[in-house]
Design a protein around this ligand. Structure first.
Ligand code: 5GP
Ligand code: MG
Ligand code: MG
Length: 197
């Protein structure tokens, strides 16, 4: 069972070094962020847009939390890729949308991101969405590696500051592995040695 794994390091998958944020802590944090967002967007048309693939679980959980107070919240996704299989941002961010961004003209957009690292992804996405003519564009990130910024970027809502480790779980992958762990964990250095992080 999932709960038994989350706080017992002897049962972690082989490449996992340690749990940074347990499944319980993540659940409480998502509830807290959701409640704050509901307060701030009360009476407004809100669309939350998850950044694929890493934010798919966070977006789903946050959407359900927000819809308790704001049942009309809309959900969409877009894809941003700069990493490939390496773990260092190239600075080039390719954006793929799943729908015409013009549809958000009357909406307040909240971008949902798993983790901010160099800042390149969100700096670029902020520009793309602002150009689409939405009422406002803000960002919620579950994790923020503040120390690794290459371009200035400040999220409007943030779960936790993240230590300078390569982290996986709760949507975050290493080479497509570990996305479905219910907690956020640090990967062992030897697992990603040579991948550029
Ligand atoms: P940025 O453009 O801010 O450098 O990169 C943000 C993206 O890099 C995140 O959305 C995520 O996909 C990836 N990323 C950054 N740090 C980590 C990490 O520690 N673990 C994983 N799995 N992805 C990361
Ligand atoms: Mg991401
Ligand atoms: Mg990834």
């Amino acid at each position: 069972p999932i709960e038994a794994v989350s706080s017992n390091s002897s049962k972690l998958p082989a490449d996992i070094k340690s749990v940074l944020f347990t499944a319980d802590e993540v659940r409480d944090k998502v509830a807290e962020l959701g409640q704050q967002i509901c307060k701030d967007y009360k009476g407004k048309k809100l669309a939350i847009i998850g950044v694929l693939n890493g934010a798919f679980i966070f977006t789903a959980d946050l959407a359900r939390e927000i819809s308790k107070e704001l049942p009309d919240v809309q959900v969409d996704f877009l894809r941003a890729s700069s990493y490939g299989t390496a773990s260092e941002s190239s600075g080039q961010v390719a954006v793929q949308t799943t729908s015409d961004l013009g549809r958000w003209e009357e909406f307040h957009i909240l971008l949902v991101e798993d983790i901010i690292d160099s800042g390149h992804t969100l700096a670029r996405l902020g520009k793309v969405l602002s150009a689409a003519g939405a009422q406002s564009v803000k960002v919620v990130a579950l994790l923020d590696k503040k120390g690794r910024r290459r371009v200035e970027f400040f999220p409007d809502y943030c779960g936790w500051e993240c230590p300078n480790e390569f982290v996986v779980g709760y949507g975050l992958d290493f080479d497509e592995r570990f996305r479905c762990l219910p907690y956020v964990a640090a990967l062992k250095e030897e697992a990603y040695a040579g991948s550029g992080h």
